[in-house]
Design a protein around this ligand. Structure first.
Ligand code: FAD
Ligand code: SF4
Ligand code: SF4
Ligand code: SF4
Length: 393
C-alpha cells in the first residue's frame, strides 16, 4: 500500500506548523518530541485511514503565497506604556486594538510556565501576554480550527506568528477571507521548549521566563531574560551571553532543522503586515538612537488598510528597504547551519552541563562583565558618538 500521510515527509522539511494535526478528522495525528525535543507528527496506525488529507495540506507541497508589494516603515508606538511589553516598536498592540475594537479576536504566542503556545482571545488583558518575542517554538494545538470557525461566523480575526505558521493557516483555510488579518514576524528560527525548560532547571530554584528582551530608557534593547523565581517572587535577570539556551539560539546551534532551509526568509512575505527589528535604525539621522523601533513592511492592500487606521498612533517614516534587507539577515536567507549543530543536542543531553556550557557558550571574563556593567550606564547616543570618533581616527 502506498502511504498517503505525512509520515513520508522528510523530517528536515517539517516546520512543526501543526496543520496536519488539525485537518485529520480521525484524530490520528499526535505531536511527539524527538530525541532533541522538537515536536513532530506521529501517526496512530490504528486510526489512520490513509485518506491523504494531511499530506495534501502539508506546506511542503505548496509554493508560499507571498506578496512583493512593499511599503517599508521605521515605526514606534506613540504610547510608551502601551508598547512597554512589546519587543520592538510596539506596532503589534495597535493592530490588536484595531481588531478588538471591531469585536474581533486576536491570536498570538504567549509563554506560561515556560511553555510557549498560541491562544485566541477577545480579551484585552490577553494582549499583554501576547506582546513580546518568545524565543522558542510556539505550539498551535487546535488553533487553526478555532480560527476557521470564527472566520466562517464573520468574526474579524488577527493571526500573528512565524511565517511558516501564517503560511500553514492560509493553506489550512484554503481560501481568502476578507475578515482575516495576518501578521508575520521576521524570523531567525526556533529552538524547542524542552531545551528551555532543561536549561532553566540548572539555575537552582524554580524560574519562569517573563521575557527574553528588556527595554531600557537610554540604552535601547538588551538581550536579557527576566526570570521570576516562583518560590519567593523575586526577579532574576540573565544576559543572553550568560545563558546557554539564549547563546545557542543567537548562535543558531539549537534551531529546528527546517529553520536552516526556511523558504520564508526573504523579502517577499506571507503576512499582510510583517513586523521585525530595524537592523539599520542607528543610521537614520532623524531618529533618536535610544528609541526602540520596529521595521514594518506593508505587503498588500489589506495590510495598507490596517496601517491607515492605526498610523495616527504611530511615529514613523519611510525606511531604507534595501539597507534594511542587507542588514537584517533573515530578510535575505535562512540562518546558517553551523557545523556544531550536528553535535549540540547530543552533547547537551549526554554530557555534563558544565562541559556543554564551556563548548557552546561564549566565554565571559570578570573584566568583560565589569565592562558590560559600566557600559550599561552610558547612553547609547554617547556610545555611538565615541564609536564614530574612533572610526575617524
Ligand atoms: C523566534 C523569533 C525570532 C525572531 N527573529 C527575528 C529576526 O531575526 N529579525 C528580526 O528583525 N525580528 C525577529 N523577530 C521579531 C522581533 O523580535 C519582534 O517580535 C517584532 O519586531 C515585533 O515587535 P513588536 O514590538 O511590534 O510586537 P510585540 O508586541 O513584541 O509582539 C510580538 C508578536 O510576535 C508573536 N510571537 C512572539 N513569540 C512568538 C513565537 N515564539 N512564535 C510565533 N509568534 C510569536 C506574538 O504573537 C506577537 O504577535 C523574531 C521573533 C521571534 C518570536
Ligand atoms: S510541515 Fe506542518 S503540515 Fe507538514 S508534516 Fe510538518 S507539521 Fe505537518
Ligand atoms: S491520512 Fe487521513 S486519516 Fe491518516 S493521518 Fe492523514 S488525515 Fe488522518
Ligand atoms: S525560520 Fe522559518 S521554518 Fe523556522 S520557525 Fe521561522 S518561519 Fe518557521
Amino acid at each position: 500500500m502506498i502511504i498517503n500521510n505525512v509520515s513520508v515527509i522528510d523530517k528536515k522539511d517539517c516546520t512543526g506548523c501543526g496543520v496536519c494535526h488539525d485537518v485529520c478528522s480521525f484524530q490520528a495525528i499526535e505531536f511527539r518530541e524527538d530525541e532533541e525535543g522538537f515536536l513532530y507528527p506521529s501517526i496512530d496506525k490504528n486510526r489512520c485511514t490513509n485518506c491523504g488529507k494531511c499530506l495534501k495540506k502539508c506546506q511542503i507541497n505548496y509554493d508560499e503565497d507571498t506578496s512583493t508589494q512593499k511599503l517599508c516603515y521605521i515605526a514606534y508606538n506613540k504610547n510608551d506604556v502601551e508598547s512597554e511589553k512589546s519587543t520592538s516598536g510596539g506596532v503589534f498592540p495597535l493592530i490588536t486594538k484595531y481588531v478588538l475594537e471591531k469585536k474581533g479576536y486576536i491570536c498570538g504566542a504567549i509563554i506560561r510556565n515556560n511553555d510557549i503556545f498560541h491562544i485566541i482571545s477577545n480579551d484585552n488583558n490577553d494582549l499583554q501576554l501576547m506582546q513580546g518575542s518568545k524565543y522558542g517554538q510556539s505550539n498551535l494545538k487546535n488553533i487553526y480550527n478555532e480560527i476557521k470557525d470564527k472566520l466562517n461566523r464573520n468574526i474579524l480575526c488577527l493571526f500573528s506568528g512565524t511565517p511558516c505558521q501564517v503560511n500553514g493557516l492560509k493553506i489550512f483555510l484554503g481560501k481568502e477571507y476578507d475578515n482575516l488579518i495576518c501578521v508575520d514576524i521576521v524570523c531567525h528560527g526556533v529552538p524547542n521548549n524542552k531545551l528551555l525548560k532543561d536549561d532553566l532547571s540548572h539555575y537552582g530554584t524554580k524560574y519562569n521566563v517573563l521575557s527574553f528582551r528588556e527595554k531600557t530608557k537610554n540604552n535601547g534593547t538588551l538581550y536579557r531574560m527576566q526570570l521570576k523565581d516562583t518560590e519567593n517572587n523575586t526577579i532574576k535577570k540573565v544576559y543572553s551571553t550568560d545563558s546557554l539556551y539564549f547563546n545557542a539560539f543567537m548562535n543558531s546551534v539549537s534551531l529546528r532543522e527546517s529553520c536552516y532551509r526556511c523558504k520564508f526568509a526573504k523579502m517577499s512575505r506571507v503576512g499582510d503586515v510583517t513586523l521585525g527589528d530595524s537592523a539599520y535604525s542607528k543610521n537614520y539621522s532623524q531618529l533618536d538612537p535610544s528609541k526602540i523601533v520596529s521595521l514594518v513592511l506593508i505587503n498588500n492592500a489589506k495590510g495598507n488598510k490596517v496601517w491607515k487606521q492605526i498610523s495616527c498612533d504611530i511615529n514613523y517614516f519611510e525606511g531604507d528597504f534595501e539597507k534594511e534587507i542587507r542588514e537584517n539577515k533573515q530578510l535575505n536567507r535562512p540562518s546558517l547551519r553551523p557545523n556544531l549543530r550536528d553535535e549540540f543536542y547530543k552533547d547537551y543531553y549526554e554530557k555534563d552541563y558544565v562541559s556543554v556550557c564551556s563548548k557552546y557558550k561564549k566565554k565571559i571574563t570578570s573584566v568583560s562583565k565589569i565592562k558590560r556593567y559600566v557600559k550599561s550606564f552610558i547612553p547609547i547616543k554617547y556610545k555611538l558618538f565615541i564609536k564614530k570618533k574612533l572610526r575617524r581616527k
